[in-house]
Design a protein around this ligand. Sequence first.
Ligand code: CA
Length: 230
Amino acid sequence: MCILVVEDEAKLARFIQRGLETEGYRVELAPDGLIGEKRARSEEFDLILLDILLPKKDGFEVLKSIRKAGVRTPVLMLTARGETQDVVFGLDSGADDYLTKPFVFEELLARIRSLLRRGRQNQTVLKVGNLRLDTVKHKATRNGTIIDLTAREYAMLECLMRNHPKLVTRQQLSKEIWGFDFDPGTNIVDVYVNHLRKKIDHGFEKKLLHTQRGQGYYISDDEAKPRKSK
Ligand code: CA
């Protein structure tokens, strides 16, 4: 998960960066509107934190031009206290949410989590590393090569990727894929996961489908432990 933080107050930007990195997000900083816009248009982020008062180009202008350029990344705007007009204007310009400065870090985290969740539910193409899942065409590729999946393997992969990088328990998977509201008590989930793992990881040095012993599975392109659902 990579977040672009467009914020000119260096101290605040670093504070946000440190906090988000502690939570397992990758963070890129942009100190003014022009750099922010350039990065937002040329790189892929999962979310953009956008300040309004910025040197060179203000947050509203940045937002308008990236939306016009087809960038659909969720945007959380940072506004100064009491500027409700800003909020209305920001949401009209294509922001997904806003947060008033100064804010409590936990509040920022909660907003980010909710936007990422919402963003993922609407996303039609899911990506983890070089693994790509097109949920409209029901097509999975890794490094550009099509992976042939059965319907259940596909459903399993979609479930894991929508929850990425969080852990999905065996119970969640059996409910999601087979509709069992209980632990079926068989190793059916593990069997399917193993099939899926062969298809997506075989022949690649970097493994994406990981097992958390006794708990479940998660998809991730780094070795870090999965983040627990909150
Ligand atoms: Ca500012």
